[in-house]
Design a protein around this ligand. Sequence first.
Ligand SMILES: [Mg+2]
Ligand SMILES: [Zn+2]
Length: 224
Amino acid sequence: MLIICDFDGTVSARDTNSHLARHFAPEASAALEGRLAARELSVRQVLQREFEGVTATLDEVLELALTIPLRAGFGEFLDAAHAGGHDVVLLSSGFRQVIEPMLEHGGVGGRVPLIANDIDFTGTAAGADITWRDLPTCPTCNEACKRHEVGEMRHEIRRGGARAHLVVFVGDGFSDRCGADVADRIFARDSLASWLDGQGVAWEAWDDFHDISEALGLTANAGA
Ligand SMILES: [Mg+2]
Ligand SMILES: [Zn+2]
C-alpha cells in the first residue's frame, strides 16, 4: 500500500500557509480571500501573491509555524505503516523550509519522504521568493496540481509487482482534489470532503491519524 498525505491542514492541524499569510501579509491575504474558490486564481498564484507580501525572516516565520501542532497519532501511524511494509509520502503544495522544521518539532523529522516546493524568506521588502517544482499543467483543473505526481507514484508501485497496489490519499483542501481523484481510497475532511460529495466520489471521514491507522488495519507490530 502507498499512502500519500497532504501536509498543510492534513498532517498539520491547520493550514500553515493561510495562517502565515494572514499574520505576515494581512493585506495581501485579505485581498485574495475567495479568489481560489471562485477559480479566478490558481493555488500557485494565490501562494505567490500572499508570500510576496511576507517580509519576515525564516526564523520569524518558524516561530509562528511551530505553534501549529501536528494531528494526533501521526508518529504512530508512520511506525505502523512502515512495520506493515507500506510506504508513506508527504505530497505538498507548500514549502519544504517550513514543513521540515514542523515535522522535526513534531518528533517525526526524517521519518517520511517529502515532496514540496522551496521558499526563501529574504526578510526584505522584496518578500519571499518561491521556487516551484516543475509540473505539467493538469488537463482536468488547468493547474500544476497533484494529479501528475500521484499518477506517477501509482504507476511506479504497479511496476513493482507482487506488493499490494492500493493507493491511499489523505487530504483536506482545494489542492488535493486531483490527487484524491486518482487514488483508490480517500480519507477526506473539510473542503475536500464537500467537493468529493459534489462529485459523487466515495470518501472516508477521519479526525486524527489514529482513525486512519485503524481504518487501514495498521498496528505498530503488524507484519501484514
Ligand atoms: Mg491541505
Ligand atoms: Zn488537476
